[in-house]
Design a protein around this ligand. Sequence first.
Ligand SMILES: [Zn+2]
Length: 289
Amino acid sequence: MRSTDGLRFGSAGVLPDAPKRSSAGGVAYVGELGLGAMEIEWVRSRMRIVSDRTAKAICRAAKEHDVSLSVHGVYYINFNSPRAEVIEQSRDWVRVQARSAWVAGATDLIFHAAFMHDDDEDTVYERVRRHLSELAQELQADDISVTLRPETTGKPTAFGTLDQVLCLADEIDGVEPCIDFAHIHARNNGGWNTYERFRQILDRTREVLGVAAIGNLHLHFSGIDYTEAGEQNHLLLDDSDMHWEELLQALVDVGAAGTLICECPMHGQEEELKRLQTRYSALKKEQNA
Ligand SMILES: [Zn+2]
């Protein structure tokens, strides 16, 4: 259900005004608003096990309303934990959640892959690479076609620079990046927030992964609060310094397609999505004029 002409905008979870509070209800509401995507937030452990019945209801709603689905996996994944049981558990999370995502009709599983724990970059990269490559192979063998998307993270203590996630995607079949522009901005202490910098991120993605990746992007975006230690909180756009219009212009100019999930605070997310989508459509029109 990927858009072939540009980006679909979507919510991170069930929007507060959705009359039905289930994920399926959230999907239907997003569709009624004229948005094209939703990320299901299976981020806490109580969401670990989703019944097939629930997943199938989500899938039906997505088909009926033409909404592209992704899943944000649990926050507890850490492929660089010093504890073997945490690594085993992380592998299980990915297996279980990828399967549920697939039954729900989601195409992508997004997650934060690891913490650095004072280990050097190459060691952590190699650990994450090994686990993701084994998991991607397992999923393929089980005919579960869900793309694994490690995310660019908001703090230097977390694994996930742009180059790290691009390299993983380049090396492993079944892995693609999730690029979070707010996180990149926060982990670089307020940098990477101009049209040129956004273009650089997208050009680098094309350089490493080829032009097809620009047509199949998965993006996160929000305002963000940060210190020298990186990300603190996600914010509404007007409460932040994020140059969101410059980002949209860069996305239009490179011909980006795929999904952009708005991770602004829930109480204002619907308004932010409308604003982003409206501005994006106007920029697309200008481009085609
Ligand atoms: Zn994100």
